[in-house]
Design a protein around this ligand. Structure first.
Ligand code: ZN
Length: 678
């Protein structure tokens, strides 16, 4: 499970953790010596692309630097897999556009070409022709009449489909309009353009997997996780498995190549973890994936760590198939103080959670949480990236072996740097006292909320006997994120947090509460196109929580809409009452999960999380657009080079290469192993 950045607020960082050295220099001094790199390196449409630093890499021992290097290569090799998973024709479209973009001989400053560049950037960023967040197909701002001849001139050679179909895919709005359609009552499988299913209906998929599931297995296999479900010529439904020799074999072969190199420099436990993963990629055996996860979750010693594989199921309307992702990181030991305190107190948090005691974990096992520095992002973590990750996802492994939870501080640091002074708080936060608290405690509050969400929230609670998980179907992700967020919100405002030294005062919680409610009920709609519903599960969960608390607290005026100078503001009047409401909702959401109460879960989501008031939506978009802030951010990766001496690798050098277009073209050349159609 992942956490994405929850707020869009600009916060002034009090520089503590990683940059003491550079921050102590005065700005003018730094500028005079060395022109500082801007944090925002590209802007287009609703996107800004940032860079991130990797503090501490230079100080790693050479073996760990090499391990990072090999794992980083492996993290880049699956990029094409994700493109293909997102939509069957993504690689075809991307390659045709790249051909035209690189070979184009006419005026590159002409409006149509500039529009093509923008469209291609959006595709690179979203890993496909559908928006990474709203899932809607992009609308090109150049004409078919201009584009069509260019295909024949520059892109025909590598084209795997006919030119007409290519143009239909790009220009026909009725074709493949959404990557992920989870609207109530539709056939989510046939109505979603993602490439996890082909030629099958939702009903057929559900029946297929219902037959496979062994309800008495205490260690249930995550059936369907690593395959596409389709029909053969005779109409028989079968799984096309993503493994060496199966679907995506060419890319998987490269991933294995680099993982083997990584294994050769890894030590002890970590070596067997990497080897288990390699074996899983070779066989496609999901039992082997479980074995890998159990080994991985048990390793708390290795300084360098990684994620590589088919992990998260957010991209599948039925929440079963996992998208490919990669991430390489190492521990930020200074910042780990925070998460160490949280995990040391994990049992206390569980025992005092505002949920039915029957659904509390009797013994919290193996909660490990770290603050990490990422060194490489790949697949579904790139260019848009989470700020927190909690794995593995299989419930039974989490219950028996625990889970590993990380928050990524060099990413949140970059976000904050890039957002400083953008005018957001002034525009949307009404009260000066709220603004002051957000300014002083915003970063700490966000970090802690992420820590609590990831370290404890997802891992907390247990299912009632006989409940397997999966009963909540398409509402699973939203309700699970709701549960984890509520856990974090509830405890952030607990006196215990002061007692154990995590926060100086409850003002930290107030900063988070005011921000969270405003985001959930208003500012996050800046990310949704006018007229559309909220679809993404993290956004749905925030809206659900905020709207539910607003309604339940209405009679006591806990949360209030205020109109001033024609603008709408949402303010929290009673923080204590709000915290009690978080507790009440957590009680109910835990009950829903623990008992698998699909109907109650469906109702919560449909009533509170989906529909946006159109008048408010329009206002938010207008005010947001005036500020000129792009609502979505992502990153370019740094690069690493091997330093050789007398034929031996003696060091690995960090290289900051910060150009989005160059990086995308380089990746499409160097790390593109799949055919256009798979
Ligand atoms: Zn989460």
């Amino acid at each position: 499970m992942k956490t994405f950045r929850t707020t869009l607020i600009a916060m002034i960082m009090t520089c503590t953790l990683f940059t003491l050295g550079s921050c102590q220099k005065s700005a003018t001094q730094a500028e005079a010596q060395n022109e500082p790199q801007p944090w925002v390196i590209d802007r287009f449409d609703d996107i800004k692309v940032l860079r991130y630093e990797v503090p501490g890499f230079e100080n790693l021992p050479i073996e760990q630097k090499l391990l990072v290097y090999y794992l980083a290569e492996a993290a880049k090799c699956g990029r094409d897999i994700l493109f293909d998973q997102n939509f069957k024709y993504n690689l075809t479209v991307r390659r045709a556009l790249e051909d035209i973009y690189t070979k184009y001989e006419d005026d590159r400053s002409a409006a149509e070409f500039v529009a093509l560049e923008k469209y291609l950037k959006k595709i690179w960023f979203a890993n496909g022709i559908h928006h990474h967040y709203s899932n809607d197909k992009f609308q090109p701002e150049f004409t078919r009449a201009w584009f069509e001849p260019l295909v024949g001139k520059y892109a025909k050679e590598n084209l795997s489909i006919d030119e007409k179909l290519l143009c239909d895919i790009i220009f026909d709005n009725t074709l493949y309009p959404s990557r992920l359609n989870q609207a109530d009552g539709v056939d989510m499988v046939t109505e979603s353009a993602c490439n996890y299913y082909e030629g099958v209906t939702m009903k057929e998929v559900e029946e297929f997997y219902a037959k496979m599931a062994d309800l008495n297995d205490p260690k249930p296999i995550s059936y369907g996780l690593n395959s596409k479900l389709m029909k053969d010529e005779s109409g028989k439904i079968y799984e096309k498995v993503w493994k060496l020799g199966g679907m995506y074999s060419e890319a998987i072969e490269q991933i294995i190549f680099w993982l083997e190199k990584a294994s050769s420099v890894a030590e002890g436990a970590q070596k067997s973890i990497i080897d288990a993963l390699i074996n899983y990629y070779r066989t496609g055996d999901l039992r082997e994936f479980d074995r890998y996860n159990i080994l991985w979750v048990g390793d708390n010693k290795s300084n360098v760590d990684f994620v590589n594989g088919f992990i998260e199921d957010y991209g599948d309307p039925l929440g079963r198939k996992a998208s490919w992702e990669g991430n390489v990181n190492f521990v930020d030991s200074t910042a780990c103080r925070r998460t160490n305190i949280i995990t040391e107190n994990a049992q206390w948090f569980e025992d005092n959670a505002p949920i039915n005691p029957a659904f509390r974990k009797k013994e919290v096992k193996g909660v490990t949480a770290k603050v990490i520095t990422v060194a490489m992002l790949g697949g579904d973590c790139f260019p848009a990236t989470p700020i927190g990750i909690n794995l593995p996802n299989a419930d039974w492994i989490r219950k028996e072996y625990g889970s590993k939870s990380v928050t990524i501080d060099n990413i949140t640091y970059a976000y904050d740097k890039a957002a400083q002074g953008n005018g957001f708080t002034e525009e949307f936060v009404l009260r000066e006292e709220d603004r002051a608290r957000m300014k002083e405690y915003g970063k700490l509050a966000d970090d802690l909320h992420t820590d609590l969400h990831e370290c404890l929230g997802h891992g907390s609670g247990q299912l009632a006997p006989g409940v397997k998980g999966g009963e909540l179907k398409s509402y699973t992700s939203t309700l699970e994120e709701t549960r984890a967020d509520l856990f974090g919100l509830y405890y952030l405002g607990d006196e215990k947090m002061i007692e154990i030294g995590l926060i100086p005062s409850l003002d930290v919680a107030k900063a988070q509460y005011a921000d969270y409610i405003m985001n959930g009920m208003m500012t996050q709609f800046a990310r949704v196109e006018l007229g559309k519903n909220v679809e993404e599960s993290h956004m749905r969960n925030r809206k659900l929580i905020a709207e539910w608390c607003y309604e339940k607290g209405k009679k006591d005026n806990v949360i209030e809409w205020v109109k001033q100078d024609g603008k709408s503001y949402i303010v929290v009047n009673d923080f204590d009452a709000l915290r009690r409401l978080f507790g009440e909702l957590l009680f109910e959401v835990q009950r829903i999960k623990s008992t698998g109460d699909y109907e109650a879960g469906r109702k919560l989501v449909e009533d509170y999380a989906v529909k946006i008031d159109p008048t408010l939506h329009k206002e938010v978009l207008e005010r947001y657009n005036k500020l000129g802030i792009e609502p979505y951010s992502g990153f370019v990766n740094p690069d690493y080079e091997l330093v050789e001496k007398d034929g031996k690798v003696v060091d690995v050098k960090f290289v900051g290469k910060y150009n989005f277009i160059e990086q995308m073209l380089e990746y499409s050349q160097k790390y593109s192993f799949l055919p256009s159609l798979n």
